[in-house]
Design a protein around this ligand. Structure first.
Ligand code: SF4
Length: 458
């Protein structure tokens, strides 16, 4: 069975070793096809479309959509503001609860959250387009270039926020708004975390992740230091000594290993590296892709890697997941999106061997079955031709921060992100509890900031 030990995410980039297999090549498509394939997945609403979409809202009392939103955005309120021609006021309503409302409008699985419980969905099978309306409003305000919040009077308190992903950014912004000085550290070259490196290119086009960071930090009081990682350039003890509080939003930088025979063959990569390479590529036609691509996993990362392989020109792309579709963490909408792009999904099978002479040529899978709550391999196997394989079987902490208690494989927290160490909070994917969603990370970062503020000010 697939096992899940972690190893640091330092595997060679998929850009690096295309020489071993002629099938893995860049430039499979006409030059203009890349632009078309990787353009906005869902184009923004124009003003008329937004007015029509907003008009469908019943402005429910005790709105179930707001209850379903992890950041508790007052959804009927912002939709009413759009309906009455005030998109910037609508954006302010959104940002009051979720300062990364622009990115969440692009990546939230709304069909599992607010739109799933929308009374229009329940009654008619067609929800109000909450996500697209949120994007309409937040884009309108961000396009003005104005930052809508002002800082409170300086408190002379200094807080270290480690990790400039969704949780860290939300925490840093809320702390800065309260008048604290924030130093926002990130291990990578650019801030943004998952938003910058970990989602499909067509979900956040035109450098939106960077634009959002620039807009958010325009509040002032936030200093960004990149290229600094906890356990490398930074220590928890050092951060605590130099700051009044510390927030950890370090995500999950370790990648689970398959521990399957042949995993070290050429063109077997971590899907997160492939996705990051695509996001940072200046020219997508330079990214090598196989003719027959196999992606192992069942989450969003698997879908993002598979769909983008197809969009780069792979002829056959297959996702193989060890359990049934209901257990896939990729949403139904994402699964349909993958299918619509020609990605095949095989469930109930796990890899047992990666075959090839130097480079991967085939992957052997065994069908799985559940017995007493355990997933077991049946003796029945099949093989898929593959000249490129992406592993997307989950991520984990890349080394636990020193001195912190863990819960399972994540940092243990109570209440609004308090860790076992006084003065240290944590939130987002690295912290136990909550879904691994951007919007949940934003809520946790924001709530931890409120708790940090209360503890600093008393
Ligand atoms: Fe509007 Fe649907 Fe929310 Fe009701 S549940 S307030 S109709 S978006």
């Amino acid at each position: 069975m697939v096992t899940a030990n972690t190893k640091p995410n330092r595997e060679a980039s998929p850009l690096s070793n295309s020489q071993l297999t002629p099938g893995v090549v860049p430039g499979r498509l006409r030059a203009d096809a890349y632009r078309d394939n990787f353009s906005d997945k869902e184009p923004p609403l124009d003003a008329h479309e937004a007015a029509v979409a907003a008009d469908r809202c019943y402005f429910c009392y005790d709105a179930p959509c707001t209850t379903a939103c992890p950041t508790a955005i007052d959804i009927p309120m912002f939709i009413r503001e759009i309906a009455t021609g005030k998109p910037e006021a609508a954006a302010r309503t959104i940002f009051d609860q979720n300062i990364l409302g622009g990115m969440c409008a692009r990546v939230c699985p709304t069909e599992q959250l607010c739109e799933e419980v929308c009374v229009r969905e329940v009654a008619e099978g067609q929800p109000v387009e909450i996500g697209r309306l949120q994007r309409f409003a937040t884009d309108a305000l961000m396009a003005t270039g104005r930052h809508p919040y002002e800082r409170a009077a300086p408190t002379a308190k200094r807080v270290a926020v480690v990790g400039a992903g969704p949780a860290g950014l939300a925490c840093a912004h809320r702390l800065a708004m309260k008048g604290h000085d924030v130093v926002l550290f990130d291990a990578r070259e650019k801030p943004g975390g998952l938003n910058e490196y970990g989602i499909a290119t067509y979900k956040a086009v035109d450098g939106f992740a960077q634009k959002e960071v620039d807009w958010l930090t325009a509040i002032g009081g936030i200093t960004i230091e990149t290229g600094k990682a906890l356990g490398r350039e930074l220590s928890l003890a050092g951060l605590r000594a130099e700051h009044d509080a510390v927030f950890l939003g370090i995500g999950l930088a370790g990648v689970n290993a398959l521990r399957t025979e042949g995993e070290d063959k050429a063109h077997v990569h971590d899907a997160v590296d492939f996705i990051a390479d695509l996001r940072q590529a200046l020219d997508l036609s330079k990214i090598p892709v196989g003719r027959d691509v196999v992606v192992i996993g069942g989450g969003m990362t698997a879908v993002d890697a598979a769909v983008q392989s197809k969009l780069l020109g792979a002829e056959s792309v297959t996702i193989v997941y060890r359990r049934d579709r209901d257990h896939m963490s990729a949403s139904e909408a994402e699964q349909h999106h993958a299918a619509s792009k020609g990605v095949r999904i095989i469930t109930g099978a796990a890899p047992v061997r990666i075959i090839g002479n130097g480079a991967v040529r085939e992957v052997e899978f065994a069908y799985t079955r559940e017995e007493g709550g355990k997933l077991l391999l049946s003796g029945e196997t099949f093989r898929l031709r593959a000249d490129q394989v992406f592993k997307a079987i989950g991520q984990a902490l890349d080394g636990a921060p020193e001195g912190l208690e863990l819960s399972g494989r994540k940092i243990a927290v109570t209440g609004p992100g308090r860790t076992s160490m006084p003065g240290v909070w944590a939130g987002g994917d690295c912290a136990a509890g909550g879904d691994d969603l951007t919007v949940t990370a934003v809520a946790e970062g924001r709530d931890a900031a409120e708790d940090i503020h209360a503890s600093l000010i008393g």
